[in-house]
Design a protein around this ligand. Structure first.
Ligand code: MG
Length: 334
């Protein structure tokens, strides 16, 4: 994906336009004061424990706006439907989209549908785009950061983390990828793990209201390992995390052990990692815990200038370099 972006997108497109431009490769662009993002969903299978492609398509785009600190306004929905796709399934998926958008209080206001011949698509693909705007809470958040240090940005973003910032995980990680794998043909193991897919805008709004957040990001494809490496690179800081503080369900840990995959590399669809000025970290944590999606939030580490890249203190007291995953341990999870 990184190579695709370098070789094709950045080479062919004018990419330095806007306050947070395309070249920032952040969760959303900021253009004329508006946050704007898009994502395509090709998940396989379409229905899985804890959700379906419709839940993902709404939650994923709402979350990409929310982690920029934006308050989501509206979404578009475009569907590519394979000829002969079940009408019952389509109803179920549309209903999921409607339910999740109501929960997030974000409306779907425009869209498109195309039907393609059998074999040209794998059942159903969905693309959603979304726009978001500034809010009082975002303004308060930025003001709060500036009470503690110089901060040139108007939005939390991947390049804004400074040494000392506290890193918080909003809840247990790995559930979405493991739920999907467990359900897929060919793997056939039983687990109680369900996808965590959920919109996070209400939770994030509560955290912004407290203030002090310098960056947020959802650990989707490539998981926490990919996210932390992106942060480290774009903000030019080292990041230290502690394995024992990373919230994880036992069932996720044992499934990952059995499959030989690293839970840090598994995708999530209802979690955020949040970097906060250290002075405000406990208060932001408390606000997260007061929200349904953030009950199990935990401080997992901090940014540091004394290390390079991402380093984890392990359960056994050792140190492990956390690298960005090269391949995708669980393909087509979103
Ligand atoms: Mg994202």
């Amino acid at each position: 994906m990184q190579e695709f972006i370098r070789e094709f997108v950045l080479k062919e497109f004018d990419h330095d336009f806007g306050e947070i431009p395309l070249s920032a490769l952040d969760d959303a662009a900021i253009i004329e004061g508006i946050a704007f993002t898009t994502d395509s969903y090709t998940v396989k299978p379409l229905f899985f424990p804890g959700g379906d492609i419709g839940v993902l398509a709404i939650a994923g785009t709402v979350n990409d706006l929310s982690v920029m600190g934006a308050s989501p306004i509206a979404l578009s929905c475009a569907m590519i439907i394979e000829e002969g796709f079940s009408g019952d399934d389509l109803h179920k998926i549309m209903r999921s989209m409607s339910d999740v958008s109501k929960k997030a209080k974000v409306r779907i206001v425009t869209g498109d549908s195309k039907v393609v011949e059998k074999g040209a698509a794998d059942g159903l693909f969905i693309n959603t785009s979304g726009i978001g705007k500034r809010s009082e809470h975002l303004d308060h958040n930025i003001k709060t950061v500036r009470a503690f240090r110089k901060f040139k940005f108007n939005w939390p973003n991947d390049s804004a983390i400074a040494p000392g910032d506290t890193i918080i995980a909003s809840g247990p990680i790995g559930n979405h990828g493991v739920a999907l794998l467990s359900f897929r043909e060919g793997y056939g193991f039983d687990t109680v793990v369900k996808s965590d897919a959920a919109p996070l805008n209400h939770m994030i709004s509560k955290a912004l209201k407290v203030g002090g957040i310098t960056s947020m990001k959802d650990p989707t494809r490539g998981g926490v390992a990919n996210l932390l490496n992106e942060w480290s690179e774009k903000s030019s800081v080292g990041i230290r995390i502690r394995e024992e503080d990373i919230p994880m369900d036992d069932a996720v840990v044992s499934a990952c052990e059995m499959l030989g995959i690293d839970p840090l590399e598994v995708g999530n669809e209802g979690k955020a990692l949040i970097a906060v000025v250290p002075e405000m970290a406990e208060r932001v944590l408390k606000a997260l815990k007061g929200s349904a999606e953030g009950k199990r939030a935990s401080i997992i580490g901090e940014a540091s200038k004394s290390i390079r890249g991402v380093m984890m203190e392990t359960h056994t007291g050792g140190k492990r370099v956390v690298e960005a995953p090269i391949g995708d341990p669980v393909p087509r999870i979103c």
